[in-house]
Write a protein that binds this ligand. Structure first.
Ligand code: SAM
Ligand code: SF4
Length: 328
């Protein structure tokens, strides 16, 4: 079965948030004091996450990215990953993490065949890292990142370019990573930070980042899958590649294949739109999946065409939201 939206786009990729909690306080994601984290009983349990995943896989999802909050703050995360790794029809499981807590789980992730790990790292300088994340975890993150790369995981580094905070690290991170098989992806900052900062333009947009890299390096554009959100490049002589994700400019909506389910069960059909339904109460009230399936099909049948259109649905309130609730 295939899930096709009302604009003819095939939806096969689920971003599943497993918690809204996090052990870091990245200043582009949430305020220093954190956000109003939801009560534990509002989060989907592991059996509920399995059930939602299975229903979506039956409908046509074949790729799931686990995100959050920080997925590994959830002590029972590996129970979910073990079960997903056995789920028929699910071909690709990946995790997005800040890499502070992943260390003890690396061997088991490998055994389960979970190879695609995105690591958020916005600086290679300890002080800058600690200023941005508001926590002292630089060594742990660095060690776990290198371990993941050298143990053969397919690692992509997510580096959000933040005006006045880490632009001085754009060229150095490419230099440090040139000996490793890794992809460094620069992201445009989005205003999902729990209300700590509001902005309607950004200095470090896609073009500014690319022009900056071009001041030092010559590179070639790589062929990327049609649904890729990053535009990718190869610098001559580097083992690593780099990419840019125009998340603020939103040039990738035409090929968007994603659906988001938050840790509380909200269904989000566009990052910039309002939640379209909630699956938690439906799952808790029904033993069979009929209602869940029909709600999912309805939400996919009424997706906004672009992030700009979706944003119009709820004017300014969207930017009170934090990425730790949405899942990135
Ligand atoms: N805690 C994990 C991590 O940081 O990788 C997973 C959750 S995090 C919300 C998912 C992704 O969203 C991360 O790559 C993070 O850098 C990105 N993100 C968070 N806030 C953002 C913002 N304001 N603009 C752009 N990306 C953001
Ligand atoms: Fe936590 Fe990830 Fe948000 Fe940073 S970006 S505060 S690591 S959820």
């Amino acid at each position: 079965m295939a899930l096709i939206d009302n604009h003819g786009r095939k939806i096969n990729y689920l971003r599943l948030a497993v918690t809204d909690r996090c052990n870091l306080r990245c200043n582009y994601c949430m305020p220093a004091e954190g956000i109003n984290f939801v009560k534990n009983d509002k989060l989907l349990s592991i059996p509920e996450l399995e059930r939602v995943s299975k229903a979506l896989v039956n409908l046509g999802i074949d790729k799931i990215r686990i995100t959050g909050g920080e997925p590994f703050v959830r002590k029972d995360l590996m129970v979910l990953l073990r079960s997903l790794s056995k789920m028929e029809g699910l071909n690709d499981i990946s995790v997005t993490t800040n890499a502070t807590l992943i260390g003890p789980y690396i061997d088991e992730l490998k055994e389960l065949g979970i190879r695609n790990i995105n690591v958020s790292l916005d600086s290679i300088n300890r002080e800058t890292f600690e200023r941005i994340t508001r926590r002292k975890q630089f060594d742990t993150v660095h060690n776990n990142l290198i371990r993941l790369i050298t143990e053969g995981f397919n690692v992509r580094i997510n580096f959000i370019v933040l005006d006045g905070q880490n632009e001085q690290d754009i060229l150095p991170i490419l230099d440090v990573m040139k000996h490793y098989k890794v992809s460094v992806r620069f992201l445009e900052e989005m205003p999902f930070n729990g209300g700590s900062k509001n902005f309607s333009t950004i200095k470090w947009n896609y073009k500014a980042i690319l022009d900056h890299v071009a001041t030092k390096y010559e590179f070639e554009k790589l062929v990327s899958p049609a649904t890729s959100t990053s535009i990718n490049y190869q610098i001559k002589g580097h083992q690593s590649t780099f990419g840019i994700i125009p998340s603020f400019s939103r040039t990738f909506c035409g090929t968007c294949n994603r659906l988001r389910v938050t840790a509380t069960g909200d269904v989000i059909t566009c990052l910039y739109g309002k939640p379209k339904a909630n699956l938690r109460d439906i799952v808790r009230a029904n033993e069979n999946d009929d209602e869940m399936n029909s709600v999912i099909l309805n939400t996919i049948g009424s997706r906004a065409k672009t992030g700009f259109e979706a944003q119009d649905e709820h004017a300014k309130t969207i930017f009170d939201n934090s990425m730790t609730s949405i899942g990135g």
